[in-house]
Design a protein. Structure first.
Ligand SMILES: Cc1ncc(COP(=O)(O)O)c(C=O)c1O
Length: 481
C-alpha cells in the first residue's frame, strides 16, 4: 500500500511545543501581576487582529507564542493575578493544570463505566474523599444510598437537583407528560441566578419560583418561607423544591439550614444547598458550623473551581438518594447497552448529569488533593480568610468607610460613606487603572464594593496595596487630596 500522507503533529513536535507551552504557562503564572488585571480591550479589538478566514494550509504552531503575546493577552482579564479580587474567584494551581492536561492527553470520554472504568471509579472515590475532607454528612457518601458526581458547574448541579425534585414529587410522570404549571419552588432573593435558570430549564416556569425575603444579614427568613409554602398549598399549588445558600454571591449571606431543612421535611420539599464558593471553607474544622443542618439536604454542591485551586470546571455535586437522580435522568438507547450497566454493579455517570459525554475531571481534583493534602488546602484557605478579616478590620477602623455586611469568610462588602456615586467612581477608576480588579453589588439598594480574597498567589502585600489604592482613590475623588 502506498505510504499515507499525515497532517498530524508528530510526537517529537508535540514534545517540543508542549515543553515550551508548559514553560510559557509557568512564566505566565509567575508574572500574572505584571498585566493590567482587567482587560483594557475594546469590543471587537481581538477579532480585528485575527485573519478573516481559516488557514487553508496548516501553520507552524511555534508562531502561536507571538500571537499569544500580541493578540490574546491584551484581551485577557487576569483571573490568576494576585490583584484579582472581583466576583467569586476561579483559582487554579500547578497540580490542577497538570491534571487537566492529563485528562486531555488521555482523551477519555467517561459517559459509562464501561467506556473507561478508571474515569468513573476515580471520580466516585475522590468524591467520597471530598465528603470526608469537608466533613459532609454521610448521606452523601457513595457507600450508602447517595453519592457524588463532578458537574461542570453549580448551575448544572442546580438543574439536576430541580429535575430530580420534579420527578420525585410527580413520580416520574412529568418526564413522560411534561409539567402542568402547578409545581412551586423557593429560594431567597439573594440566591444565585442559576436557581432561576434551573427552574426555567426544568419547565417549572419562573412565575412559580418564589423569592423569599431575607433578614438584615441577607439570610432567608424561615417564617417567610413557611408562609409562602402555606399560601401556595392553599392556592392548590404543589411546593416541591427549596434551595438555600452557604455564602450568597452578593454578600456571603448564610441561610439557616436547620430551619429551612425542617420546613422542607415538614412539607415534603427537595432541599438543595448551594455552597458554590464558601462550602470549600469547611475543609477547616472551624468553619464546619456553616454547614450545620446539611444532614437535612437532599442535594449539595460546592465548587473546587472557585476556591480550591482546581481550574474551571469542577463542581462537586452530592445527592442523598442517588436513585432519585438517576431515575430522572436515565436514558438507555440500544447503542449504549452493555453488560456492566446491566449487571447493576457499576455507576454510569451519564445518568447523573445533563450531557451524555463527560471529561475525566476527577484527575485534576485527585492531583490537587494529593499535592496539597488536606493540610495544605487548610493552610491556604485559612490564609485567605485571615487576610480578608484584616481588610475588614481596616475598613471598620476608617471613618470614611463602613462594612456593608458581615464578613464571615473571605468576602468583604464595604462602602465609602459618601454615597453611591463615589463608590461607583472609586471602583471604575481603580479597575480602569489595571492595578487591581474588584466588583460591586447592591445591598439594601445601595451600591456596595466587594473584595474577595481567594487568588492562589494573593499575599498580604497585595491586600495592603488594594486598601491603600482604595483609600487614595477615595481621597482624590472626594477632592480632599
Ligand atoms: C452561590 C453561587 N451559586 C452558584 C454559582 C454558579 O456557579 P457556576 O459558575 O459553577 O455555575 C455561583 C457563581 O458565582 C455562586 O456564587
Amino acid at each position: 500500500m502506498e505510504n499515507q500522507k499525515s497532517y498530524h503533529m508528530s510526537a517529537e513536535a508535540f514534545r517540543r511545543l508542549g515543553y515550551r507551552l508548559i514553560d510559557w504557562i509557568a512564566d505566565y503564572q509567575e508574572r500574572a501581576d505584571e498585566y493590567p488585571v482587567l482587560s483594557q480591550s475594546q469590543p471587537g479589538a481581538i477579532r480585528a487582529k485575527l485573519p478573516p478566514h481559516p488557514p487553508q494550509q496548516g501553520e507552524d504552531l511555534q508562531r502561536i507564542f507571538a500571537d499569544l503575546e500580541s493578540i490574546i493577552l491584551p484581551g485577557i482579564t487576569h483571573w490568576q493575578s494576585p490583584n484579582f479580587f472581583a466576583y467569586f474567584p476561579a483559582n487554579t494551581s500547578g497540580p490542577a493544570i497538570l491534571g487537566e492536561l492529563l485528562s486531555a492527553g488521555l482523551g477519555v470520554q467517561g459517559m459509562l463505566w464501561a467506556t473507561s472504568p478508571a474515569c468513573t471509579e476515580l471520580e466516585t472515590h475522590v468524591m467520597d474523599w471530598m465528603v470526608e475532607a469537608l466533613g459532609l454528612p454521610q448521606q452523601f457518601n457513595s457507600r450508602g444510598q447517595g453519592g457524588g458526581v463532578i458537574q461542570d458547574s453549580a448551575s448544572s448541579a442546580a438543574v439536576c437537583a430541580i429535575i430530580a425534585a420534579r420527578e420525585r414529587i410527580n413520580q416520574l410522570h412529568s418526564n413522560e407528560a411534561g409539567c402542568d404549571g402547578q409545581l412551586t419552588a423557593y429560594a431567597s432573593t439573594q440566591a444565585h441566578s442559576s436557581i432561576e435558570k434551573g427552574v426555567k430549564i426544568a419547565g417549572i416556569g419562573r412565575n412559580n419560583l418564589r423569592l423569599i425575603e431575607v433578614d438584615v444579614n441577607h439570610a432567608v427568613i424561615p417564617e417567610a418561607l413557611e408562609h409562602a409554602i402555606q399560601a401556595d398549598i392553599a392556592a392548590g399549588k404543589k411546593p416541591f423544591f427549596v434551595s438555600a445558600t452557604i455564602g450568597t454571591t452578593a454578600s456571603n449571606g448564610m441561610d439557616p439550614l436547620p430551619q429551612i431543612g425542617a420546613i422542607a421535611q415538614k412539607y415534603g420539599l427537595w432541599f438543595h444547598v448551594d455552597g458554590a464558593m464558601s462550602g470549600v471553607a469547611a475543609i477547616c474544622q472551624e468553619y464546619r458550623h456553616l454547614q450545620e443542618g446539611l444532614h437535612l439536604a437532599d442535594s449539595y454542591c460546592t465548587n473546587p473551581h472557585k476556591w480550591m485551586f482546581t481550574n474551571f470546571d469542577c463542581d462537586c455535586f452530592f445527592v442523598a438518594d442517588r436513585k432519585a437522580l438517576i431515575q430522572s435522568l436515565s436514558i438507555l438507547p440500544e447503542y449504549l447497552r452493555n453488560k456492566a450497566t446491566e449487571s447493576g454493579a457499576v455507576i454510569d455517570y451519564r445518568d447523573w448529569q445533563v450531557s451524555l459525554g463527560r471529561r475525566f475531571r476527577a484527575l485534576k481534583l485527585w492531583m490537587v488533593l494529593r499535592h496539597y493534602g488536606i493540610e495544605g488546602l487548610q493552610y491556604h484557605i485559612r490564609r485567605h480568610i485571615q487576610l480578608a478579616q484584616e481588610f475588614a478590620a481596616w475598613v471598620r477602623a476608617d471613618q470614611n468607610f463602613e462594612l456593608a455586611a458581615p464578613a464571615p469568610l473571605n468576602l468583604v462588602c464595604f462602602r465609602h460613606r459618601g454615597g453611591d456615586e463615589i463608590n461607583q467612581a472609586i471602583m471604575d477608576r481603580i479597575n480602569q487603572s489595571g492595578k487591581m480588579y474588584f466588583s460591586h453589588t447592591k445591598l439594601h439598594d445601595r451600591f456596595t464594593l466587594r473584595l474577595c480574597i481567594a487568588q492562589t498567589r494573593t499575599e498580604r502585600q497585595h491586600v495592603e496595596n488594594a486598601w491603600q489604592l482604595i483609600k487614595h482613590t477615595a481621597t482624590q475623588l472626594s477632592g480632599k487630596a
